[in-house]
Write a protein that binds this ligand. Structure first.
Ligand code: GCU
Ligand code: CA
Length: 469
């Protein structure tokens, strides 16, 4: 790239990456075509675009409301104000305030200027309203435009993916082309509730990290010169959607640190050295659904969990960012296919976490190693989880003690969990479908096993506690 071209890109504030960006929106909406409350369409001052402009009534509360197509990151207003007094207007999106725009004098009613404010508009149809906030009303409004948004960042190489992960904006989608992406893939970009960030690809888009490399810090936080070897790492990156692609042949599969409201949908994670998907460091309110996980724990069978919620209390000094406890709470694990050859628990629910849902998953326990207590499909050490309508099977080889177990490594945890409608086939190897380690440890918040759970081929039975009708 020539220095002049690079300088031009810098001036334009465009990323210096070879990424194919499509779907740039810079759409104009003529004010005279929008919904007008307390204002009239006029054309007596020249210089407007379209068929006229809106003369807002000179009262507080007069407004223009346009229906726009997102996403967008900024809102511009073309207006004329022939007075010397600022006529600010409040911007709102779908009724939610988005800040105020100063609209100072433009010198004449025939002199038009543009004012711009940041706005966060997600994909889809939304209303944008500009409301006069002083008794002078707004100025004359010619048009509004929303712009600055790029819908989709298409990537087809590792370099492009790394660049996109470091520059992506709320509301954007990074779209992976089929292919194998080798490298260290981390993002520290945050989406928002109304404009999450999406990383999407087909199943034959495969992320592989050949690491680790460099010297690990005391706690695994993003550190220059250190690659932890994770297939995909979201660090301080809330509101992401991860859909469709594959993560394989990495030390860990997908790791979320302090990244709440992340939705993992339809991923395929397999052949990883340790665990496949880890919600860690208070990555709360996430979802993993419709995903497939198999062949974990290739190097460390005892750390080869399928889905890992929270952290063991021995790791809270690193991962407890909320009062010392890893509060990866309210995670929903729904409709996933986990196993075979998941060497530790299919789902490990750590102490300190609460309120998640584990529903409609299929567990194939063949290959569970028995190492590091990994001898069940699900080990619940957190509180108040609902485990419902999961189907588990086991057939040798493997070490399989029970289908579901509770443990109470931290006092007050491993309690208040509820099992309904689960079907368990223990293959003639497992003792109980649901084994509650201690009822006395949970006397004030007992675990509950409903009679809607069924078991076949158990050595001992459905559960070791009294079944609730
Ligand atoms: C003048 C001008 C109008 C404008 C109005 C105002 O009447 O012609 O276009 O809207 O002032 O102060 O709002
Ligand atoms: Ca007016």
């Amino acid at each position: 790239m020539s220095p002049q071209f690079a300088a031009t890109l810098l001036l334009l504030n465009l990323p210096l990456v070879d990424v194919n960006m499509v779907g740039v929106t810079a759409t104009d909406y003529q004010a005279e075509n929008c919904l007008i409350s307390q204002g009239v369409v006029e054309s007596n001052h020249t210089g407007y675009t379209g068929s006229g402009f809106v003369n807002t009534d000179n009262v507080t509360g007069s407004y223009v409301q346009c229906t726009v197509s997102g996403p967008a990151t900024s809102l511009s207003v073309r207006y004329a104000n022939g007075t010397t007094t600022n006529r600010p207007m409040a911007a709102s999106q779908d009724g939610t305030a988005q800040g105020s725009i100063n609209l100072p004098g433009t010198g004449a009613w025939t002199s038009w200027a543009t004012a711009t404010v940041p706005i966060s508009i997600a994909s889809g149809t939304h209303t944008v309203r500009l409301t006069s906030t002083t008794s002078n009303g707004g100025p004359n409004l010619d048009r509004i435009s929303i712009d600055g948004a790029v819908d989709v960042i298409n990537v087809s190489t590792s370099t492009q993916l790394r660049s996109a992960l470091s520059t992506v904006q709320p509301g954007q989608t990074i779209q992976l082309a089929p292919g194998v992406y080798h490298g260290s893939f981390i993002t520290q970009r945050a989406g928002t509730a109304s404009a999450p960030i999406t990383l999407s690809g087909p199943r034959d888009a495969v992320l592989i990290n050949d690491g680790p490399a460099g010297t690990a810090p005391a706690c695994p936080t993003p550190t220059a010169g250190w690659d932890p070897g994770y297939g995909l790492w979201l660090a301080n990156a809330p509101y992401w959607n991860l859909t469709g692609f594959t993560v394989a042949e990495s030390k860990k599969g997908v790791v979320l640190d302090n990244s709440h409201h992340v939705v993992i949908d339809g991923l395929y994670v397999h052949h990883v050295d340790d665990e496949a998907v880890h919600f860690r460091r208070s990555s709360a309110d996430g979802v993993i659904r419709n995903s497939r996980i198999e062949y974990t724990g290739l190097v460390q069978p005892g750390f080869g969990e399928g889905v890992y919620l929270g952290s063991a209390n021995s790791n809270w000094s690193c991962h407890g960012n909320s009062g010392g406890v890893d509060r990866s709470d309210r995670i929903q694990v729904i409709g996933n296919t986990i196993g075979p050859l998941v060497k530790a628990e299919h789902i490990d629910v750590k102490e300190g976490t609460q309120g998640g849902v584990i529903r409609g998953n299929t567990f194939n326990g063949t290959g569970i190693s028995g190492q590091n207590s990994g001898d069940s499909w699900v080990d619940v050490k957190g509180n108040n989880y609902l485990l419902q309508a999961n189907v588990g099977t086991f057939s040798p080889p493997g070490t399989f003690a029970n289908g579901y177990e509770t443990h109470n490594p931290v006092s007050g945890f491993g309690c208040g969990n509820v099992w309904r409608d689960n079907r368990s086939d223990l293959g003639g190897v497992g003792a109980y479908a649901i084994r509650i380690t201690s009822t006395s440890a949970c006397s004030s918040n007992p675990n509950v096993v409903y009679s809607s759970n069924t078991v076949t081929n158990a050595r001992s039975g459905l559960t070791n506690i009294t079944v609730t009708p």
